[in-house]
Design a protein around this ligand. Sequence first.
Ligand SMILES: [Zn+2]
Length: 292
Amino acid sequence: MIMEGPRPRRFAVNPHAAPVDMPELPEVEVTRLSFAQQIAHAQVLQVGLGKPLRWPLGVDAETLVGQTVQGVRRRGKYLLVDMSGGLLLLHLGMSGSLQFGRGLPGLGKHDHFDLVTTHGTLRLHDPRRFGAVVWAESQTAPMAQKLLGGLGVEPLSDDFEPIAFWRALQKRKASIKQVLLAGDVVVGVGNIYASEALFRARIRPTAAACGVSKPRAQMLHLAIREVLSRALAQGGSTLRDFSNAQGQSGYFQLEAMVYDRAGLPCKVCQSPVVQLRQGQRSTFYCPVCQKR
Ligand SMILES: [Zn+2]
């Protein structure tokens, strides 16, 4: 649990190590935990807007003023800020980070959204502006459905079940890595954790999803849960000493088995880790440990 300190803190998430692949589900969840309790029951006093983000807010900013924040949930990589008259959907894109505190300075060059409340200001800082803050009157409103409707199951929930996962993979001809990244079977497994989970399950990232056997799919199911849970646990412990952190280190990279380790020896068999491009993304795997 983070206490509010003398200086506003930035709950971001590894801006140095691999910005293109961050943040992923664990970082978004850690971000949520870092301000959800503090902002609950706050009343919105003012809204500040910077440059346009990926999608427009979708409502006059004045609409938010006077509303009460009821809580903050997460769905996939979206944070849902429930308010008395609807909800805000926040996405951190590729370079976004949230800051929550009192007495923040005025909007900087890369600050594009401020929710000023009676408990403090929630601020989105996003140099590349792939992030978004979108208003929806309810979770069933068209805009919310457009963003959330196609999402797969939550990987850490009971709905993520190994046999159903295997059956869903059976229907897909694309590579297993790309099916994971697509997020419509299971959400929140981005480039880093997909590479790591496939290594743990000993599945080659280029293998067709429909060719993954039932036992391998079960291993992958377990591996996805393990890598995400571990990253969450580490993120939580890293956040505890965020007060002195403006140069946060990559907390997951410290123990990655293959991600971002091209040419380095595999930690299991010593063979060099291979890097290739799949879609627009880098994939890392061990050709010896991940044979099929
Ligand atoms: Zn290996």
